[in-house]
Design a protein around this ligand. Structure first.
Ligand code: TXA
Ligand code: MG
Length: 314
């Protein structure tokens, strides 16, 4: 079991020694190590069983750090960072040599993000290096949104979990890259496309290039629970699967049976985003054989929620 605590000083000292520490962010919990220390970063891949071709996001204390790690910082990128950092936005920028190749899986870009969580920002401010951190879950599984989620799956592999409470956003960051004058969204996440477009105009989407994924979060089967999941019209699915051991994950309406969860009784997409991974986990651990669910409205954070539902059902 990991030590779970709010004590930053322990996290600082472990990270300085090249150890792993799970950290809270506003999106999901991350599994962090000194991003400038290749050997420490290797431990992340080992603890997660993560393939080495899957690059890591580098977390920084503020926008001022970008120039230390990125060789170019375009005007579009600057405007996005100024507007949305700290926050659920990862920018893919050409990397400087100081970032070890293992962090970026040999790519020429590095994903940079300034997380919006008081404890983790305080931690970053006390360190003289940035933190490489993927989500703190075994590769391919649902991301953790509480310290307990991290402990349940990785507790025997990491010494320390910094407990910052449940994550406020609940979905991973939106990943944005740049190609010539185009702004390209590589992963839908906690910052809506509408918000990104309000600053840089129309973006392109590159969410599913399965032959050569720029971001393995694009792999169609990712973020997946072990149980079979079917998405559709819940009224019809409930009739079709009557008599089976089912769990239900609905958007607004409560279905009167056990193992039934509502993402947001008031129909709030923010609340649905906060709840989705926790509810999928509980259902995955429940005595059901099948999880029935439905899409949420496909705007704002709803697009990222639907993306995660689709990938969970693959
Ligand atoms: O909200 C988040 O982004 C969380 C928290 C902990 O910050 N992190 C997270 O990391 O979701 P991870 O590793 O689970 O997902 C990051 C995604 C991966 O799919 C990875 O392939 C992509 O970001 N990525 C990272 N660096 C990249 C790069 N240079 N080019 C393309 N994709 C990159
Ligand atoms: Mg992940």
């Amino acid at each position: 079991m990991s030590l779970i605590s709010r004590d930053i000083s322990q996290a600082v000292s472990l990270l300085q020694q090249g150890e792993l520490v799970a950290i809270p962010t506003e999106t999901v919990y991350g599994l962090s190590a000194n991003a400038l220390h290749a050997k420490a970063v290797t431990k992340i891949f080992e603890a997660k069983n993560r393939p080495r071709f899957d690059p890591l996001i580098v977390h920084v204390a503020s926008i001022n750090e970008i120039e230390k790690y990125a060789s170019e910082f375009s005007d579009q990128a600057k405007r996005l960072a100024e507007k949305f950092w700290p926050g659920p936005l990862t920018l893919l920028l050409p990397k400087k040599i100081i970032i070890p190749d293992i962090v970026t899986a040999g790519l020429s870009t590095v994903g940079l993000r300034c997380p919006d969580h008081a404890l983790t920002r305080a931690l970053l401010q006390q360190l003289d290096f940035p933190l490489a951190a993927p989500s703190a879950n075994p590769f391919g599984y649902v991301s953790p949104t509480t310290a307990q989620h991290v402990n349940n799956q990785l507790g025997d592999r990491i010494p320390f979990i910094l407990d910052g409470g449940p994550c406020r956003v609940g979905l991973e960051s939106t990943i944005v890259g740049f190609d010539g004058g185009s702004v390209i969204v590589h992963r839908l996440g906690g910052l809506s496309i509408e918000d990104v477009e309000s600053i840089v105009g129309k973006v392109k989407l590159n969410l599913n290039s399965s032959s050569n994924p720029v971001a393995p979060g694009q792999l169609s089967s990712h973020y997946a629970p072990r149980k079979k999941i079917i998405i559709g019209n819940l009224e019809a699915l409930l009739v079709e699967h009557a008599g089976e051991r089912i769990g239900v994950l609905s958007f607004q309406k409560k279905y009167f049976r056990n193992h039934s969860f509502v993402l947001s009784p008031t129909g709030s997409l923010n609340e649905a985003a906060q709840n989705i991974f926790n509810m999928l986990r509980i259902l995955d651990e429940s005595p059901v054989d099948l999880i029935l669910t439905e899409f949420v409205p496909d705007n704002g954070l709803g697009r990222a929620i639907n993306d995660r539902l689709r990938r969970a059902a693959e």
